[in-house]
Each structure stands twice: as C-alpha cells, then as structure tokens.
Ligand binder design. Structure first.
Ligand SMILES: [Zn+2]
Ligand SMILES: [Zn+2]
Length: 948
C-alpha cells in the first residue's frame, strides 16, 4: 500500500490552518470537496459496520478477526495481512463451511517483510497496528461481483464523488502474463466511471503473489484524487497522478483476483477455482469519510490524543504543530493494548520483545512531551473505550492491559536515563571517529544492560544523523538467545516437510486411499482403530518396506492418537500388524501439513509394508493420566479466577501424564493462603463430581456465551467447548480441543507442587493429579517417616520435635560462641606480657583461632587496658573460609605516624586481600591463610621503619 498523508514535524511542519476541532466537524470544506454524500458524518464504528453489513447482505459470512498471534503458523511472528487466517483455504489444504466471507482483521506490521515502524509518527498514514477490511470469495464469485460491489459501496452507500475515483488494472510490463481486460471491461460498465479513469499498471503495482510459487493473480486497485490542496509537492515538478510521487492520490482498496497457480519462474497455470481477496485500510477510509487529512484525526484516535493532551496541557493547535510524538503514542498504545489482549505481554524475546519495545518507544516519545510519570494506561483506557465494543477481548483484558503498561513503564523509567546517557557517550565517540553507525553488539549490550531496545537506540542515533547496525544487533541477540537456552523462538519452518507430505496426500487421494478431507482424526472416541497402513516414510523418503530398529513415520487413513496442541502433549502407543507380524512403538506425533497426521516411532520387529492391515492403539493408561491433568487445568483456571480475579488469564500450559503446568497473568507471587485456597477449591470441585461435557458450536456463539478462548490457538469456525458443571451453573466453560474426563471425581486428588515466576507478569503453577498426586503424597509421607525416625519422635510430633531440636541447637551454638570468646581472651591475656619492645613501643602480633570480628574488637580493648600508651596490636584469625586481620594503635603512636589502617593494609596485602580503617582501629581480610605467620613476622620491621 502506498503512503499518503501530509508531512509532519519530522519534515518541516505544514500549517493546515485547521484545528482538530474544525477538522472533525461534519460538513468541513474537505468533505464537500471530495463529495462525501452521506447525510451524516459516520463514526469509525459505523464505517466498519456498514462495510460488514453490506457484504453480509450479499450472502457473506461475517468472520471475527483472528488473533494477532497467528495460530498454527510458525513462519509468522504476527498476523500481518487479512489473508493470514485464510491462507490454508487458498492453498487448498483447508476448507470452510462458507465460500463468501467478510471481516475486519487486526494486523500488526513491526517485523519481517512488512515493517512500518520506521514510518510511524513521521507521517499521517502509517501504523504499527491497524485494521484491514476485507471481502473474500473462495471459489465463489469473481471480478464482476467484486468490482460492482466495491463501486456500489464507495459511491452509493458512502457517497464518494465518482469523478474523483480511479481504477487500476494489470498490464504486464514484461509482456508474459495476459492483460486483465476482463476487469477493465467490468470497470467500464460501472455507472459514472469515466473511461479515462481506468488505468493500467505492471507487476509491481498490480500483480499479487503469496510466495515464489503458489496462488497468484492480477489486482485492481481503487484510488482517489483528494484534490490539489492535498499535494505535498504542489508547485514542484513531480509525477502527479495515481501511483505517483505525491500525496494527492490515495489508494483506498485493493481487489486481488487469484486465478493462477505459479509452478515456477516462467510458468503459470490457471486455477480450477478462482478466488477474490480484498483489503481496505480501515483507518484510511474512515479518514476520507470523516473528511480529515490524517488517519490520526479520525474519531477512534480522538480519546487517546485527548488523554495525552490532558496530561501535557497542550491545546489542539499546539498538538498539531508538534504532532509526531502524539501520533507515536496513540499508535503504540493502541498496538500494545491489542497485543496484551491477545496474550502477548512485554518480555525479552520474539513477540514479547516487540510488545516491550513499542511500549518503551511510546514512553520515550512521552518524555519528549514532558511526561515523566507512567501515562500509557490513560491512553489505553481511551483505546479500550473506542474499540471495546467491536473487540470485546480489550474489555475482558482491561486490567491486564493497564497493569502491564504501568509496570513496563516503571521498569523502563528505572534504567532509561543511565541507558541513554551511556548511548550518548558512545554516539559522541562515534562522531569523533567520523563513523556513521553504532556497532550492533554495543547496541545489544545497551538493551541487555539498560533495557534500551534497539529501535529506541536507533531513534536517538538518527536524531543525530547517525545510525545503528541492525544486522549486528540481531546477530548479537540471536547469539544471546541461543546461549541462554531460549532459542528456537520461531522454530523450524518446515516448508519442505509440508510440501513433501502435501504431495503424498495428493497421491493417496488420487489413488482413492485417502478421503477428500485427508486423514480422519478423532482422539475423543478412537483409542484403537483397525485400518490399512497407507505409507511408511524414513529420512524424508517413501519406503516400500522397513526393518527392525528403523525409525519410521507411519500414515494411516484415520487415527485417534492426539497430536500435541493447546498445551496437551501427543499420545504414545503402538501400531502393530493385525496378524502380529510386526510392531511399531509410537513416541511422537505431528501434523506437517493440512489433512496429514504422522505417527513416528521405532520398528520393534517384523517388516511392515503399505497395505498391511494394522491396529493402532493409544497407550490408554497414559492417556487417562493426561485427561485427569487436562480437566484439572480447567478447574484450576476457574479456581484462580475465584481467588485472584478475572485478570488471572491463562498464558500457556503444558499437560503431560505425570504433571501439568499452568501459566497465568498476575503481577506478583500468590500468598501461601491463596495457594491453599486454590488447591482447596479445585479439590472441592473434584469431590462435587461435576459432569464434563464437550459440545461443538460456532466460534462466535461460544465466545458470545463467555467461553474462555486462548491466544495463539487456531480456532476453526466450528469450535469445541468444554463445560464443567451443569449448563445452568457452569463451574468452567472454555474453548478446548483437548481430551477430558467425563466426571471431575475421576481427577482423584489435586496437589500444587510449586508456584513460581514464569516471566515478568506471568506466574506458573505446577501441579499433579491422580496417580501423580498419590506418588507425591507417598514420597512425602516416606520422608516424614524418615524424619520422625531421625528425630526419634511420633509422626504427629515431628514439627514440635524439630522446633525443639532447633532451639537446643541455637542454645548450644550460643554457648560454644561464649566459650570460644572466653578461651580467646584467656589465651590473649596470657600473651599480653609477651609483647616485644620495638623502639620503646609494645608490639603484639599474633594469630588466634576462629574468632568473630566483634571478639577481635574486645581484644583490642583488653590490649589498650594493659598498654594505654605506646601499644601496637595485630591479630589474625581464620574464621570459616575467611582470614580477618585486626590492628589497634594507641593515640600517642598515631601522632608518630603509625596508623592502624596502614598497618592492616600492609598485612592484608601479603594475604592476597586488602583492608583499612580508622587510625586507632582497623580491620582487613585475607585469602591465603598459609602466609599468616610470615605476614605477622613482617610487622616488626614495618613498625621499626615508621618510628624514627
Ligand atoms: Zn502531485
Ligand atoms: Zn483445555
């Protein structure tokens, strides 16, 4: 999409002469000039709704926005286009119950190929987060309908002036692909469309491809001439027109007609089913319909900008004159709110890093406006207000959003000053050395030490005409991530694997061995199936036969083996020949491509070949343990909501046979009482013997009924819901594809093993149920018995007995310490008279065993009593691993230049450490106990040299 918009504060500011208030007045001059014909200025929410309603009236199914975290797509950090959730449909590997869809998709572009971060704030049209309106045809309608409806919506419903609209069609600049005359012809038929407003462009503008190979096709874009007054290059020579160099012409809507499949660089083959994929930047069309000259002046941003203005005290005019920080803050606060609502909290790697970075960047732009206290939660409140009706996840996660923003700002504030000061030092060095770019490793150190994200360091560098080496930063970050074990953030791409299995699927389907939907999957009912073995694979190749010890992959037409998802681990089990001739032990499951499920394991004996009748059996005891743990996670989630509150939203889980792990959003550790209450509530729900029912329903209905949905999960249109308790009084209600018990009593017992921190703002509970709980109790009980044996106590009396032993031990220790002091004093007194004479002074340098610092102080006093004048005392002692040295000097000798601090330093240095203190009493340390006699012997010479 091209970037329109006016220059802003980063470029010389252009005074529009219009305040925000004037700009949003309904019948502004701009509105008339672009011919908006709606009788009332629409709100953003109304624009979104008219778009959806219009297509629903034309038999489209409304599909809610998918999460910003793409489900089941490891190759993408964030949903960055409307088509992400339909990608499998276009690739032909997934099907939906509808062939026409309309949506408003949440999109984030801050990483990878689509990265608009640099531009955000600098102009009026770029965002990190935005909404993409789209209508979709999956092998249903085509160009005729798509173009006609687009024209109707824009001109009839929204009343845009027809003579300001342009349509572009594809004409290959390389001359290989046929011109899209079909689209051009349809455009000509549209009422009021001028023939000279239909233009042709080449591959860069008007041909869309998903990848090097695969579905692709020509696009037809709709552009609008906003008028000369929107031209930022007015008066200068430039290419002025559709797809030109200035901001006068605005791209509104892109219709992609997917009609080819690209086989290789030179070959396109027609697709049997043709598709339509359209995208319209929501903020942009709203800005047009509201007659404002910036996406940031639409009503949906108004509350956010006002929230910032309330804090800065700026008037609307003053804000517009310095609009950049306002735009960055409004954009980033909105992106962060949506991210957190989708479960992405600030953190150090991957998606979490992005969330942290945009919050910190917004905070820094806040300081440019004089905002030094946390303020982003105020802005986010306004965002939730503006968007919550359409995106209820914002309201649901309100507390989590505000809380995370506040805490992240506080964390950043603690380090940002030292971080930027340090960065400034490095930038100054750079300038002196005439270099242009800061080393990436240094930028990473700044992030690791001061939490200054790369993007902010770069902002600061660029403000001074310098830059930061991005590739170097990424390398340093990856190296760090691998070193700290947090690597593989995005995992293996698996492209080849997917292609290989998609090929096998096609072959099996062509041979009639596999149904059109691919492998049938029902982990809920089929613990054992009897089926023919379809294919054997090893090392990425089809095998005709395998031998014992081989690690093989097995394809079956149907399976009940659960494939890891939603935190629940995969099943294990066996696949064996019906006639007993061979057996494979299955240890791993995966879904490399849609419609394909692969069992992986070791061939124990025999020679399986495709076509053999096989019995595939899940390890049912292990599965039962998993079911106990999975049902218990739902009970735990519900109990946490009761004890901690609704904002304790699940952030991840691991459901294994022997234990489970449950992560949830919460800023601080649970108290011991909270942990106890949670444990008790879950066990009460177990004892209540609630029924557990699973039901399939539409995703929309389930979410509307309040079912808890988890981020990062790919939910189809039909979802599975798990209800615990009777439907009128549900104890828990979640979307979940996992395997569950039928009654909660089957959990047996539930015990929390630990409660700890999983990440900033995320707590982790580890727990056990059933057999795991029994084993834990048995183990602990045995330990208790052993302890009672050692203490020679009855079981019930172990705590009192242990306390008693502790008390006795403390008393004994105290007594020993007292005796030690007594002994030391005695030994010391005996030695006092043995002080040697050194030039008229009394010097005592000796070692005593195992004394504390306090005792040494008391010895110094004793020494002074005996020698009020002319006395020097040095004592070394070994206390545990440490050597302590003490020196005391009487007042008269201090005047002669003998200082206890210097003397301790002299001794301690010989022992491999240092020390010092006041002239009359000083302490030092030492590491090398073996050198004590030598060091003490050297004191005499040191004193002799000083007294002169
Ligand atoms: Zn122009
Ligand atoms: Zn679940």
């Amino acid at each position: 999409m091209s970037s329109g918009g006016k220059p802003s504060a980063t470029n010389p500011p252009v005074q529009t002469g219009l305040s925000l208030e004037k700009l949003v007045v309904y019948n502004s001059p701009i509105l008339f000039s672009i011919g908006v014909g709606m009788t009332q200025k629409p709100t953003g929410a109304e624009v979104r709704q008219t778009f959806i309603d219009f297509f629903v009236e034309h038999q489209h199914t409304f599909v809610p926005s998918a999460s910003l975290v793409p489900g089941g797509d490891a190759t993408l950090l964030f949903t960055n286009a409307g088509m992400v959730q339909f990608k499998d449909v276009f690739l032909g590997t997934d099907k939906r119950p509808y062939t026409r869809a309309v949506d408003s998709q949440k999109v984030l572009r801050v990483a990878g190929k689509h990265n608009d971060l640099d531009e955000v704030g600098r102009d009026d049209s770029h965002h990190t987060f935005f909404e993409m309106l789209g209508n979709w045809s999956f092998g249903d309608y085509y160009k005729q309908e798509a173009i006609t409806w687009a024209w109707q919506l824009l001109t009839d419903l929204w009343g845009l002036s027809k003579d300001r609209l342009y349509a572009t069609c594809f004409k290959d600049d390389k001359g290989n692909i046929p011109t899209d005359d079909e689209a051009a012809e349809i455009w000509k038929q549209q009422p009021g469309m001028a023939a000279d407003h239909i233009l042709f462009f080449g591959r860069k503008e008007n041909f869309w491809e998903m990848a090097e190979t695969g579905p692709c096709g020509p696009c037809s874009e709709i552009h609008m001439d906003r008028g000369e007054e929107f031209d930022n290059l007015r008066g200068k020579p430039h290419r002025c027109g559709v797809n030109g160099e200035c901001t006068r012409y605005l791209e509104l809507w892109n219709n992609v007609f997917i009609q080819y499949n690209r086989i290789d660089k030179d070959t396109l083959e027609p697709l049997p089913a043709k598709h339509v994929d359209t995208g319209m930047g929501f903020e942009r069309i709203v800005s047009v319909l509201q007659g404002v000259d910036s996406n940031y002046k639409i009503d949906l941003f108004r509350g956010a900008l006002d929230a910032v203005r309330t804090l800065t005290g700026d008037s609307p005019e003053k804000m517009l004159a310095n609009f950049t920080p306002y735009r960055v803050i409004a954009d980033h606060a909105r992106a962060a709110a949506f991210l957190i609502a989708d479960g992405v909290v600030p953190g150090n790697v991957g998606r979490n890093y992005v969330c942290r970075m945009i919050i910190r960047r917004a905070a820094r732009f806040g300081t440019k406006l004089g905002l030094h206290e946390p303020f982003l939660s105020n802005v986010a409140e306004a965002i939730i207000q503006a968007y919550g009706d359409f995106y209820p996840e914002l309201i649901k996660s309100r507390e989590v959003i505000l809380d995370n923003l506040r805490r992240e700002e506080v964390r950043f504030a603690r380090t940002v000053e030292s971080g930027t000061a340090y960065l400034q030092g490095m930038l100054d060095e750079l300038k002196k050395s005439d270099q242009k770019a800061l080393d990436g490793q240094k930028a990473f150190d700044l992030y690791a030490t001061y939490g200054l994200p790369f993007e902010i360091a770069r902002d600061i560098a660029r403000e001074q005409d310098l830059d930061v080496d991005e590739a170097g930063f990424r390398t340093a970050m990856d190296a760090h991530r691998l070193a700290s074990g947090g690597g593989k953030a995005m995992g293996r791409m698996g492209g080849e694997d997917a292609e290989f299995y998609a090929g096998i699927r096609k072959e099996l389907q062509n041979a009639g061995k596999l149904g059109q939907e691919g492998v049938e999957y029902n982990p809920y009912e089929w613990l054992q199936v009897e089926v023919p073995l379809l294919a054997l694979v090893a090392d990425g190749q089809l095998l005709s036969e395998a031998g014992a010890g081989d690690r093989v992959e097995v394809l079956l037409p149907k399976t009940g083996f659960y494939v890891e998802s939603g935190g629940q681990v995969s099943d294990t089990g066996t696949i064996r020949a019906k006639d007993g001739a061979w057996e494979i032990e299955i240890t791993e499951m995966r879904k490399p491509s849609a419609g394909i499920i692969v069992h992986t394991g070791e061939l124990l004996f025999g020679h399986p070949k495709s076509g053999d009748m096989a019995i595939a059996a899940v390890d049912s005891a292990r599965r039962h343990d998993i079911r106990r743990n999975h049902t218990a996670t739902h009970l735990l989630h519900a109990a946490l909501h009761q004890v901690v509150g609704e904002k304790a939203v699940q952030a991840g889980s691991l459901v294994a046979p022997d234990h489970f792990r449950f992560d949830f959003n919460h800023p601080e550790a649970l108290t011991a009482e909270q942990v106890e209450r949670v444990e008790k509530l879950v066990n009460e729900a177990v004892a209540a013997d609630y029924t557990v029912t699973s039901l399939s329903k539409s995703r929309q209905q389930a979410v509307a009924e309040g079912a808890m949905a988890l981020f990062g999960e790919k939910y189809g249109e039909v979802v599975r819901t798990i209800t615990i308790g009777d439907p009128q009084h549900r104890y828990s209600y979640e979307l979940c594809g996992g395997t569950h018990l039928q009654r909660t009593s089957d959990v047996g017992a539930f015990l929390i093993v630990s409660e700890s921190s999983a990440a900033a703002g995320v707590r982790r509970i580890e727990a056990v149920t059933g057999r795991g709980a029994y084993e834990l109790v048995a183990r602990r009980f045995k330990m208790l018995k052993q302890t009672a044996g050692v203490l020679k106590s009855a079981l019930e009396e172990v705590p009192q007995k242990a306390e008693q032993v502790q008390d006795e031990l403390a008393a004994a220790r105290k007594q020993v310490a007292g005796l030690k002091i007594e002994l030391a004093m005695k030994a010391f007194s005996d030695q006092l008279s043995a002080a040697e004479e050194v030039k008229g002074a009394h010097l005592l340098a000796m070692e005593l065993p195992g004394l504390e610092k306090e005792t040494l102080g008391r010895l110094a006093d004793t020494f002074r009593e005996k020698y009020p004048d002319n006395g020097i005392c040095v004592i070394a002692t070994i206390s545990g691993e440490q050597v302590i040295v003490m020196a005391a000097v009487t007042q008269d000798l201090i005047k002669k230049g003998i200082k206890a601090g210097d003397l301790v330093g002299h001794v301690s240095r010989q022992l491999g450490a240092g020390g010092g203190g006041a002239p009359h009493l000083a302490f030092g340390g030492g590491k090398d106990a073996a050198k004590i006699p030598e060091a003490l012997a050297s004191v005499r010479a040191w004193v002799e040299a000083k007294i002169n």
